[in-house]
Write a protein that binds this ligand. Sequence first.
Ligand code: GLN
Length: 196
Amino acid sequence: MAAPRPPSIGVFALQGDVREHLQTLAVLGADAFPVRRPAELERCDGLVLPGGESTTMAKLARTFELLEPLRKRVAEGMPTFGTCAGMILLADQIEDGAAGQETVGGLDVTVRRNAFGRQVDSFEADLAFRGLGEPVHAVFIRAPWVERTGPEVEVLAETEGHPVAVRQGHLLATSFHPEVDGDGRVHRLFLELVQG
Ligand code: GLN
């Protein structure tokens, strides 16, 4: 019997920490590749929206004619994992967004950008993460938190009383960066979601 085909996982690559995600996914056995144009998006069984700067990412996605195709694929059920700025891109609503800031949307949450305060630019914490056993080491960099969750949204991790990891069906999002200093367990959870 032929070995099962590894899942094709795109990483949105117009801006952000693309390489760290590609490496983590490759170590876990995925066929991971950068996505910069619609034809690459079409190949994806699943997609990662990395950390970076959500306003820039949204603008570039529009310029490179990726925003509408992204919206369509996410709405059609493509498993998608957003980290930090990627979580902001998946959110239906943003607090403290830039004027007119667009998102891909699909995740029924409101996120607050730079929620932990500009003074506390970045911090690390070990978080209990639903379904993952041992705590997850989480690196937060000018991170958002989730301010409101819709009825379909499951909270997977919290810090300071705010959700920082959530799942809604085929969508997974973390305020922190599991691709930085992580052990791959959150990405594995995403690959399990892709493989149904
Ligand atoms: N503060 C950034 C934004 O609003 C996100 C930071 C990050 O992805 N590390 O897009």
